[in-house]
Design a protein around this ligand. Structure first.
Ligand code: GLN
Length: 536
């Protein structure tokens, strides 16, 4: 089968939502019965996103096969039915890494190794590899047209169209309509398309981000100066919920225009599912207030998947979810009561490093002792183990090897086989791993199954020698890795909803298929809220 390609570039400014646009196009094409794949080309020199600070680059999205990738892959998976992998996020660093290794191995036989053809060919090879067995492959190029570092990627996609054929490849360019007072300014769009055309790329479709719909005369003008047909100049209207984007694109006929350009014949799109999501988002029956306790809270991107999964949990219950981001250091200085008393639920988020850890432990303590719904994820579970060990299981010095290496009471620590590898990314447990759940546990009821598989991204594990003490004090180790017996999930019996997991369930939640743990957590928060309000 001939795979068709859609290349998505962006211009004028960064942060236009290219990732969401690419994901929405994926959703629209799936709704027409096509199979899709999505890929991100990132011009930075890091080999992957794993080593980048969440403050700078947002969330690191972990794929099923354990790659640490750009957060746009999270959007791609959330909007579609795809499961992406290592090959779907390609960086300049990976390209050069491959080429330099080949050069050292003598594979270029005395030739000069150059950007053209070697770097460009390596990019093209990776695009083809990541696009196997699908009708349409959607490829997003990171950065902004005009950046020095994205040039090799743009040259690669220019050649790609030449190699693959006009009917098999299209270019979609995202730009921004600037407003001067209330007047729409198209000049930045014209210049950005001019820049693309200079390097040999004529876009087929323009998506113009704008706070108001583009009137006909504006579309006409953009069309005239960019050579893009007027009907292919689309408004990318600013919307309240990112899940509206597939629908507003469809209203602009974007999916029709794409399949016409690619000479594909498909059924008409089925978009009821998306309409239902938007309807639930816009017309909630109530709301819950959740304390989101973490470290990177000033940079919401750092927890993109988690934010979305909580919203999905709300959608499942027809509720809107108000997230109150709490820097755990503020709990240390101001006390848990002041910050958490009015909340319907408390979530302790994943994270790395010691800063704010004691505040997170206090948040767990507050939720546990006051019977407030509590959800701990990854580091959040480790904090729950420490809190319980200190206050219930008679291990007052309990801590994590991440913060107090060498402490004999580290209830969370490196496994012996990991010692000595700490500084290399190699010691992390990454990607999908199975877990077996106890049949009579709350978590098994929530999943409706005792066998699950979820994605991981962590280094430290619960130390099994402390488990008997934790269990005697009433903690339920409800899920374990089947062979290695690593602790995967915990819960408390005499609590309305206290669940924590070592994995990241948020990575597999989708708006049209909210993850059961988030759906159940939000339901418990709402229940707690109504009990609390009827008490007073
Ligand atoms: N820092 C902890 C670990 O490495 C938890 C990681 C996380 O929350 N993703 O084990």
């Amino acid at each position: 089968m001939q795979t068709k390609y859609i290349f998505i570039t962006g211009g004028v400014v960064s942060g236009l939502g290219k990732g969401i646009a690419a994901a929405s196009i994926g959703a629209l094409l799936e709704s027409r019965g096509l199979s899709v794949s999505l890929m991100k080309l990132d011009p930075y020199i890091n080999v992957d996103a794993g080593t980048m600070s969440p403050f700078q680059h947002g969330e690191v999205f972990v794929t099923e096969d354990g790659a640490e990738t750009d957060l746009d892959l999270g959007h791609y998976e959330r909007y579609t039915h795809t499961t992406l992998g290592r090959g779907h996020n390609c960086t300049t660093g990976q390209i050069y890494d491959t080429i330099i290794r080949k050069e050292r191995a003598g594979e270029y036989l005395g030739r000069t190794v150059q950007v053209v053809p070697h770097v460009i060919d390596e990019i093209k090879t990776r695009i083809i590899k990541a696009s196997q067995n699908v009708d349409v492959s959607i490829v997003e190029i990171g950065g902004t047209v005009g950046d020095i570092e994205s040039l090799p990627f743009l040259e690669a996609i220019r050649q790609f169209r030449h190699d693959t054929g006009m009917d098999n490849t299209i270019f979609i360019h995202l730009t921004l309509i600037v407003f001067a007072s209330e007047e729409m300014k198209t000049k930045p769009t014209q210049h950005s398309v001019g820049k693309l055309r200079e390097i040999g790329i004529q876009p087929n479709i323009l998506i113009c981000r704008s706070k108001a719909p583009l009137p006909e005369n504006v579309k006409k003008k953009i069309s005239l100066f960019t050579n893009v047909p007027e009907q292919s100049v689309i408004t990318g209207l600013d919307v309240k919920s990112v899940y509206e984007v597939p629908l507003i694109f469809h209203q602009e006929r974007l999916d029709d225009i794409i399949v016409e350009n690619l000479r594909m014949w498909t059924r008409s799109p089925k978009l009821q599912e998306w309409a239902e999501i938007v309807d639930r988002f816009k017309n909630p029956l109530g709301e819950v207030n959740i304390a989101f306790v973490g470290k990177y809270v000033q940079q919401k991107d750092s927890y993109e998947s988690l934010n979305e999964a909580l919203i999905h949990g709300g959608l499942a219950n027809h509720l809107s979810v108000n997230l109150h981001y709490v820097n755990s250091e503020d709990i240390e200085t101001q006390g848990a009561d002041k910050i958490l008393a009015s909340m319907d639920g408390i979530l302790v988020a994943p994270g790395f490093g010691e800063r704010g850890a004691e505040g997170k432990i206090q948040a767990v303590h507050y939720a546990r002792t006051r019977n407030i719904p509590f959800f701990g994820i990854c580091l959040g579970m480790q904090m729950a183990i420490i809190e319980f060990a200190r206050n219930m299981a008679g291990i007052p010095k309990a801590n994590s090897g991440e913060f107090t290496p060498g402490n004999p009471d580290n209830v969370v620590d490196l496994m012996p086989e990991q010692e000595g590898f700490q500084e290399t990314g190699g010691s992390m447990r990454l990607g999908g791993y199975p877990a077996v759940l106890k049949a009579d546990s709350l978590i098994a009821r929530i999943y409706g199954s005792t066998e699950i598989s979820e994605r991981h991204r962590h280094r430290y594990e619960v130390m099994n020698q402390f488990v008997p003490k934790l269990e005697q004090a009433g903690m339920v180790i409800s899920g374990r890795h089947p062979e290695r017996h690593l602790v995967e999930t915990i819960e408390l019996k005499d609590h309305r909803w206290f669940v924590a997991c070592q994995f990241h369930p948020e990575l597999k939640s989708k708006p049209f298929k909210p993850h059961p743990l988030f759906a159940s957590f939000i339901e418990a928060c709402n229940q707690y809220k109504s009990e609390r309000t009827s008490d007073t």
